[in-house]
Design a protein around this ligand. Sequence first.
Ligand SMILES: NC(=O)C1=CN([C@@H]2O[C@H](COP(=O)(O)OP(=O)(O)OC[C@H]3O[C@@H](n4cnc5c(N)ncnc54)[C@H](OP(=O)(O)O)[C@@H]3O)[C@@H](O)[C@H]2O)C=CC1
Ligand SMILES: O=C(O)CCC(=O)C(=O)O
Length: 437
Amino acid sequence: MTDTIPIPPPAERGSSTLSFLNPAAPEPWASFVEQIDRVTPYLGGLARWAETMKRPKRMMVVDVPIIRDDGSVAHYEGYRVQHNLSRGPGKGGTRYHPAVNLNEVMALAGWMTVKNAALNLPYGGAKGGVRIDPHLHSQGELERVTRRYTSEIGAFIGPDRDIPAPDVGTNEQTMAWMMDTYAMNTGVTATGVVTGKPIPLGGSLGRHEATGRGVFLAAREAGRHRGIDPRGARVAVQGFGNVGGMAARMFFEAGSRVIALQDHSATLYRDAGIDVHAALAHVAAHGRLEGFEGAETIGDDDYWQLPMDFFVPAALEGQLVAERARKLQARIVVEGANGPTTPAADDILQERGILVVPDVLANAGGVAVSYFEWVQDFSSFFWTEEEINQRLERIMVGAFDSIWKLAAERKTSLRTATFIVACQRVLAAREQRGLYP
Ligand SMILES: NC(=O)C1=CN([C@@H]2O[C@H](COP(=O)(O)OP(=O)(O)OC[C@H]3O[C@@H](n4cnc5c(N)ncnc54)[C@H](OP(=O)(O)O)[C@@H]3O)[C@@H](O)[C@H]2O)C=CC1
Ligand SMILES: O=C(O)CCC(=O)C(=O)O
């Protein structure tokens, strides 16, 4: 039922050679469930509620029909999963990608529940997506898809119900169309229905950079504990979109040597360090890393064996599988993407002494600033970029510190410690709310 739209072969996207999702990885929801199983023994009396985390509260699969530019009718499958609403409205991004499916969106929504609770944001967890390759559609077609999708899920979203934001394949423009469609359908200009909006529509300064900035802050804190200064550190980044591009820029501006970059179109390497500003300008002009002349092209196998201090996977889930975890020559992995490391790979990295800063902590800067945006929209009072960046740093460093201490106390990985904090908050709320009768 969820696989009616075939995944276009890479050939349709130009000279891409990298797969969309790693076939060697388990399905994302299976990884999420395994992570919940791993944390359950640490939950004490709340463990009796742990099953809640393995049952998404509400899931929608919607048909999104549009008339294409050539007059033909096309159907796309859309999803919105509200994984948990115990602590507040749903919150999480919207993904446009040809491999999106219900299983993936369930996992992404589950990770949002954990991430939001780990940072103590007053939200549950949700995520949405449409199974479409945005690279193959005109702006007009994407606008029609977005408006139809927003109308189809319209009864379930709202500033106090569920608040979408950008994710892979979506951006500020997508959020503007979602907000406008919601306003047209309800008669209310409720700017807080989505975050990650353009600034003139109630968007927040700093949101565009926030996830990458948060990844850098998490890396800096992890490096402090491991005696690795970002200045001069060797860094490789996978994925060069909003998160990977911005994280690479933050490292570069902090004096790191960004030795390798990879996106769908190319894997690039320069031992002396890549000029990240020049690579960003190339992608802004050409839409992909392919053709960038400031580095040499290397093979995918070589990429996974480069000696480095920080590795930042910032593309899709399931990239760091067991085989790659055995080869990886990094000292710290900072997960910019959601779910990039499989549970089996996690174990191997831990055995090998490679520190992993998990997605649900490392990439939480985006949703933290989304929270600031939502608060600003409600109060119609907007903060300066400096205030936003200071608050972001405080929230990221505070969460990192407390999770680091808990991991040391309980002798767990940072991932398990983050899940302990989050599950305790979510399940305590569930228990306190009670069940009727
Ligand atoms: N945007 C946000 O605020 C947040 C995003 N995240 C997570 O970060 C990750 C990236 O999201 P975001 O940066 O927003 O998405 P974007 O669409 O902006 O960028 C994704 C990047 O990953 C590349 N990519 C896709 N597949 C592969 C692959 N198999 N190998 C190498 N590169 C690949 C894309 O290349 P190409 O363009 O060539 O396809 C692109 O460079 C996702 O896991 C997302 O869920 C997490 C927190 C917040
Ligand atoms: O900003 C948000 O609301 C959510 C961002 C997101 O999708 C994520 O953190 O994975």
